[in-house]
Structure formats: structure tokens, C-alpha cells
Write a protein that binds this ligand. Structure first.
Ligand SMILES: Nc1ncnc2c1ncn2[C@@H]1O[C@H](COP(=O)(O)OP(=O)(O)OP(=O)(O)O)[C@@H](O)[C@H]1O
Ligand SMILES: [Mg+2]
Length: 291
């Protein structure tokens, strides 16, 4: 993907005052250390002191407005947007802790870790309820038939959640956040965290517990019964949405998506979709009976 530098789509200066000096050991505020975890901007996301610098996108103005709102309402569960640096990069607060990066460590595989993600996602949805997204241009969102009732994160994958002591403390990487719904985000997250994929691809303690964990996620989030009808349909649509996004970037030759997708990602996703498709009925029955 092209990494956009400061351009016509973003005001030349951040609306914030200049960045304050970063505390830390001598020199640490100028050293840039690449952070592992993502694919979209792999190699371009760096830690510098207590900040993270990452490339901007044509829709960054919207993302930054959302992050500012979260700060204004005192929401602690998201990275803070601190401004734009001299190189036209987004500057976010560095969240101390560990993102859940593959291969997932044992602490990321527990039910407690997943339940804490559900709680964090719920808290995020509640915190953004008073945000007005209408002035901004957002990335392509969830299909309208699932509702455009809030700004969903859309990418609540393990490496976009920072943990401390085995519990989720903050969401990061709001690049894909866009109009969607609670249900859409819950479907994305439940698929990724249960995970709802072929058990052959889950060689760890979560193996064989996908539907049980899915119900646990929905209950921990507090998804009401009236929103659970046709849950499998939402999960499958959200999976396809994500699939298309990655497949398109791989087809366009993105340096990180190409090896990921053609080196096993596509085959895994196809297996996952078939597995899900075959379990629509089971999934719908399980979510309705669990609340
Ligand atoms: N604010 C932050 N605080 C702490 N760590 C962070 C922060 N932002 C990013 N990271 C770390 O850097 C990694 C990559 O960041 P990021 O998710 O922004 O990259 P990306 O390439 O855009 O990801 P994706 O492929 O999910 O779109 C994360 O997985 C996490 O380990
Ligand atoms: Mg990421």
C-alpha cells in the first residue's frame, strides 16, 4: 500500500500544540525502534520514547477526530492521538504492555484474556456513543444492512490489543474504524478471538472450544438477545469483508500481505470460511441459548 505523507487531505498542522518533550532515559526520545505486530504498515510503525509514529492515510483526519473524542470523554482504553510529526507521521501515545502477537503466548489464549477484550470493546463502544462522525470521510465501512449506528473498530485482532498482566488494557490501530455497529464489531472480534476457524488451525488450548468461547465473548460483551439473530450471517459477512481487504492488497503486491496471503493465509481463510459455513445452524443456536 502507498504510504501517504502529509498531503492535501490532511491539514498541514495538527490542531494540537507542538509535542511536549518525551520523558525517559537520555537519548530514548530520538531513537526509533520498529514495533512488531502489524502487516499493513510493517516496518513503518516505530516507538520513539513514549510515542508511536505510524504512516497516515487519506482517512486519518477522521481517525484522529475519533481518538480525540475518546480522550475528551476520558476513555483510557485507546491510544491517544498526540499530533503529526515533522515527517507527516501520526504520533500516538505508546501503551506500555504487550500486544498479542503471533505465535500467541499462553497468556493470550486464556478465557480471561478474551473476556477482557470483550469488556474493552464494550467500553470503547460506550465511550464513542457521543461522537459525531458526520463531518469526516471514513474508510469503507460495514455493509449498511447491519446498521451504521456507531464507529466500529473493525480490526480488533490480537495484535491490535495491548495487554498487561494477561488483561486487555487498550485498543490501538484505528485505521479501519468506520461506520458500523456493535453487532459488526462483536462479530469481527468473536471470530478472531474464539477463534471461529477450522480447528485444524487451532493447535493450542482453545482447540475444540470455539463455540463455547464465542458465547463467552458475547456474554462478556453483553450483547442483548434481540441482536443475536442470524449471528453466523454477520460473522461470515464480516469474514468475507476482511478476506476481500487482505486479498486485494495481496493481489496489488503489498510487501507484507503477499507472503502472508500466498504463504498460507489464503488457504487458512478458505478453510475457516468453509468450517463456518457448515456450522451456521450450530452457531445461531448456540448464541441464542447462551444469554
Ligand atoms: N500505541 C501503541 N502502543 C503500544 N504499541 C503499539 C502502539 N501502536 C502500535 N503498537 C505496536 O506496533 C504494532 C504494529 O502497529 P499497528 O497495528 O499500528 O500496525 P499496522 O501495520 O497498521 O497493523 P495492521 O496490519 O493490523 O493494520 C502493534 O501490533 C503493536 O505491537
Ligand atoms: Mg495493527
Amino acid at each position: 500500500m502507498t504510504h501517504h505523507r502529509r498531503g492535501g487531505w490532511y491539514p498541514g498542522r495538527a490542531r494540537r500544540p507542538a509535542l511536549s518533550p518525551v520523558p525517559g532515559p537520555a537519548g530514548s526520545d530520538t531513537v526509533e525502534v520498529p514495533l512488531p505486530g502489524g502487516l499493513s504498515n510493517a516496518g513503518h510503525v516505530v516507538r520513539r520514547g513514549d510515542t508511536v509514529r505510524r504512516p497516515m492515510r487519506p482517512t486519518s483526519l477522521a481517525t484522529h477526530a475519533l481518538l480525540r473524542h475518546l480522550e475528551e470523554v476520558g476513555f483510557e482504553g485507546a491510544t491517544r492521538f498526540l499530533g503529526v510529526d515533522a515527517n507527516g507521521r501520526e504520533v500516538d501515545s505508546y501503551i506500555p504492555g504487550d500486544a498479542a502477537i503471533a505465535p500467541l503466548p499462553a497468556w493470550a489464549l486464556t478465557d480471561e484474556a478474551m473476556v477482557s477484550v470483550a469488556g474493552l470493546l464494550r467500553a470503547y463502544h460506550d465511550a464513542q456513543a457521543t461522537f459525531d462522525p458526520s463531518p469526516y470521510r471514513w474508510p469503507l465501512g460495514a455493509p449498511k444492512r447491519f446498521g451504521h449506528t456507531l464507529i466500529s473498530h473493525n480490526d480488533p485482532c490480537p495484535d491490535n490489543v495491548v495487554f498487561r498482566d494477561g488483561r486487555a488494557v487498550a485498543l490501538i490501530d484505528f485505521d479501519l474504524a468506520s461506520p458500523g455497529s456493535r453487532l459488526w464489531d462483536v462479530a469481527c472480534a468473536a471470530r478472531l478471538w474464539s477463534p471461529l476457524i477450522d480447528p485444524a488451525d487451532v493447535p493450542d488450548p482453545r482447540h475444540g472450544r470455539a463455540l463455547q468461547r464465542m458465547c463467552l465473548f458475547l456474554d462478556a460483551y453483553g450483547l442483548p438477545a434481540r441482536e443475536r439473530a442470524d449471528f453466523a450471517e454477520v460473522v461470515l459477512t464480516a469474514y468475507q469483508w476482511c478476506y476481500d481487504l487482505v486479498a486485494r492488497q495481496a493481489a496489488e503486491g503489498h510487501a507484507s500481505f503477499v507472503p502472508y496471503w500466498f504463504g498460507g493465509g489464503a488457504a487458512r481463510a478458505n478453510r475457516g470460511m468453509s468450517w463456518l459455513e457448515a456450522r451456521r445452524g450450530e452457531i445461531d443456536a448456540a448464541v441464542l441459548s447462551s444469554e
